[in-house]
Design a protein around this ligand. Structure first.
Ligand code: SER
Length: 318
């Protein structure tokens, strides 16, 4: 079985081989960024590099970024434990170009990793693009040979990415994996898109603009690339399950949760998944100095802890 650790190394190694600097994950509490509660994507540490305010000595980077999406613009808290693929804490694999390559090479790099290095069948993959992005449409046809009905045009809600109310942003193109007919769900853009059959595994953002608080938007100095791929979702694909809670990492956490709570029933019980997820978020947040409190980040942590404890009570742990 390809473990979570193998997948992370293989991703970072592939991009390093393709000229990217391996950069460490930044902290969950963003430094010098009052607009964000938590780091919610790999691009957060590079925000000023995209806008040209900060220069680094590399123009391509790759990371596995610690992310929390609970509270703020990207908030998954209430879904966690009850869907196959939402987390409060997760790792986002990404590759970034700061004014170096753009759409074509971004699509090429992602496609080759998925289908050549990792051997995922082309027939299982569908791409979405921003509605007006004819260039991306042509590139998916040319590079991946995807048939036109598997390149889906969608609106800004799903295919224009913004980190928050301000900051770098742009149209995006998402790659979906089809877990097969045995699961309910339809392709992106269909009425059944929220099912567990078609799962987004990678988002390629073509960073072109900077959004300001007054609603205005300017062009970035150079078009850039920001991609994000959920490590836990990719692990599910590579480990032959459609459920993140069944990957190696979560099997261990669910096992420990059963031991700690004394619950010996069905290991797919949502409360076990809620606790396994929340324990990760709590541990990483506390390790960074966030403490439960009545406001701001501390309040989000407190809500996560309270939700985990409530589910422990539901399992009979006192
Ligand atoms: N920023 C984009 C996302 O979070 C791609 O990394 O989906």
């Amino acid at each position: 079985m390809t473990s979570v650790n193998d997948i992370r190394s293989s991703f970072l190694g592939y991009f390093e081989k393709n000229g990217h600097e391996q950069v460490a994950s930044s902290p969950l509490v963003p430094r010098n960024d009052p607009t964000l509660m938590f780091t919610n994507a790999g691009m957060v540490q590079f925000k000023n590099v995209f806008t040209g305010v900060e220069k680094r000595d590399y123009v391509r980077a790759t990371t596995s970024q610690k992310c929390v999406r609970a509270g703020g613009k990207h908030n998954d808290l209430d879904n966690v434990g009850f869907t196959a693929r939402h987390h409060t804490f997760f790792e986002m694999l990404g590759n970034f170009s700061f004014g170096d390559y753009f759409k074509e090479h971004a699509i090429e790099l992602a496609w080759n990793l998925l289908t050549k290095e990792w051997g995922l069948p082309k027939a299982k993959l569908t791409a979405t693009i921003y509605q007006d992005d004819d260039e991306a449409f042509e590139l998916w046809k040319k590079i991946a040979g995807l048939p036109e009905d598997r390149i889906v045009r969608l609106g800004a809600k799903s295919n224009f990415w913004q980190m928050g109310d301000t900051g770098p942003c742009g149209p995006c193109s998402e790659i979906f994996y089809d877990h097969g007919e045995k699961y309910w769900g339809g392709p992106p853009g269909s009425p059944e898109e929220d099912g567990d059959r078609f799962v987004e595994i990678w988002n390629l953002v073509f960073m072109q603009y900077e959004q300001f608080a007054d609603g205005s938007r300017t062009k970035l100095p150079k078009p850039s690339v920001d991609t994000g791929s959920g490590l836990e979702r990719v692990a599910a694909v590579m480990q032959g399950t459609n459920n993140n809670y069944e990957i190696d990492l979560f099997r261990s956490l669910v096992g420990s949760t059963m031991q700690a709570t004394g619950f010996n029933g069905d290991p797919t019980t949502p409360s076990l998944r809620v606790i396994s997820d929340h324990v990760r978020a709590m541990s990483f947040l506390i390790a960074e100095g966030v403490l439960p409190s009545n406001e701001g980040r501390g309040y989000v942590l407190r809500r996560i802890m309270r939700r985990a404890m409530r589910h422990a009570t539901l399992l009979g742990a006192t």
